[in-house]
Design a protein around this ligand. Structure first.
Ligand code: CA
Length: 378
């Protein structure tokens, strides 16, 4: 037996054990929820079958980091499955409009979607918690709540009535607080401010008297340039630069209190999922984890590179919101999240789990990560 054969056999044995262990893990995650158990429907008879699936995105395929990540995800799945699972990726609008991605997966028009759960908060209260909520968990905390806390099981429970299985896939890290044409000195400066800020963040600034404006990314530049809006949040230095935002506003604020760790999602049609043999399910789930890590790494890196670029260009004024401003926004955010929790029993359950997890997680972060940051600056 050659060394190569030996190592291949060992690898197969390892993968088999890994598949068995992950299968058991998934059953545990599904336990106690109304979500259909992930592996119960896996079809061993389909082991040699080839699958051709379609994935629709809420952003174009050319979207830096995000589009790149999903194309790479599809490629990884194809290679790791030995060509048994082939995924054709469609950017926003190619097959379905971006805001119809969820319904396309739900109705089985396509097997997969890639988006952010907070887009669906209008029809599914509680969905926002699985992307990011104002003053909520950062990217590490989201990962921890989803995979080690109750997060993923709750997310599966939330989407189960829609016949969709969610899988975390991508994270932007903490975003920036946005571009402003004038300085923010007090909470009063939000009064009458027309700001592009979707989702829960928009409801928070509305409580401060601002007028949140909902426009897609590609419309931010012209709206800010012509003064139709006074301020806008998008993502972070890299993508904001690509949109041209530094050319139309001078003040760039942190922190992105409204999106402290935005998690992206892979949506899987449950019936399609249950038709997959167990090894292909495992490949999909693990490729999503790998893609998630890589997208997060790219976001952290490219935002740092473009922050440096903005500093060198010398036009942008970097500011942090004054503490009294963030304090007041935090109080408004608490009010808005309580309103979300009041919308349905499952939203209340998600809210309670998230808040309890955050309290415990952050108490330890204070002792560990934040102590380290303080030590670095000492
Ligand atoms: Ca954003």
């Amino acid at each position: 037996m050659t060394d190569l054969t030996n190592s291949l056999l060992q690898r197969r044995g390892f993968l088999g054990r890994l598949a068995a262990a992950a299968g058991a893990g998934f059953a545990l995650v599904g336990c106690g929820t109304s979500a259909p158990a992930g592996n119960a429907g896996a079809a061993p008879a389909a082991a040699g079958k080839k699958f051709r699936w379609r994935l629709v995105m809420v952003v174009p395929k050319t979207f830096k980091i995000w589009g790149d990540g999903i194309l790479e995800f599809a490629d990884k799945v194809r290679v790791m499955s030995g060509g048994r699972l082939n995924i054709d990726v469609y950017g926003a609008g190619e097959l379905v409009p971006p805001l119809e991605v969820f319904d396309a997966v739900k109705q089985g028009q396509v097997e997969l979607g890639h988006s952010a759960s907070y887009y669906w908060r209008g029809k599914i209260p509680g969905a926002e918690y699985f992307t990011s909520v104002p003053f909520g968990l950062n990217a590490d905390g989201m990962l921890s709540w989803l995979y080690s806390g109750e997060g993923l099981a709750l997310w599966e429970e939330l989407y189960a009535p829609h016949g969709i299985k969610p899988i975390p896939c991508g994270n932007t890290g903490v975003q920036m607080g946005g571009w402003f044409r004038k300085e923010i000195k007090s909470i009063e400066d939000f009064r009458g401010l027309k700001m592009r800020m979707p989702g829960v963040g928009g409801e928070v600034i509305a409580k401060a008297g601002a007028k949140p404006v909902l426009i897609p990314g590609n419309e931010i530049f012209p709206h800010l340039e012509t003064g139709v809006i006074d301020a806008a949040e998008w993502i972070g230095p890299y993508h904001d630069y690509l949109l041209g935002l530094p050319k139309v506003a001078n003040y760039y604020y942190s922190a992105g209190w409204h999106e402290p760790g935005s998690m992206l999602e892979l949506l899987v049609n449950l019936e399609a999922w249950n038709s997959l043999p167990e090894d292909l399910q495992l490949i999909v789930r693990n490729c999503a984890i790998a893609t998630s890590s890589k997208m997060f790494a790219s976001w952290l890196h490219m935002d740092a590179v473009y922050y440096e670029k903005l500093k060198q260009e010398g036009k942008t004024i970097f500011k942090e919101f004054p503490p009294e401003v963030t304090h007041q926004l935090h109080l408004y955010a608490d009010e808005v999240l309580k309103e979300v929790a009041g919308k349905s029993p499952i939203a209340a359950k998600i809210h309670a789990s998230f808040k309890a997890f955050q309290q415990s997680y952050e108490a330890y972060q204070e002792l560990s990560e934040r102590a380290y940051v303080r030590a670095q600056k000492a």
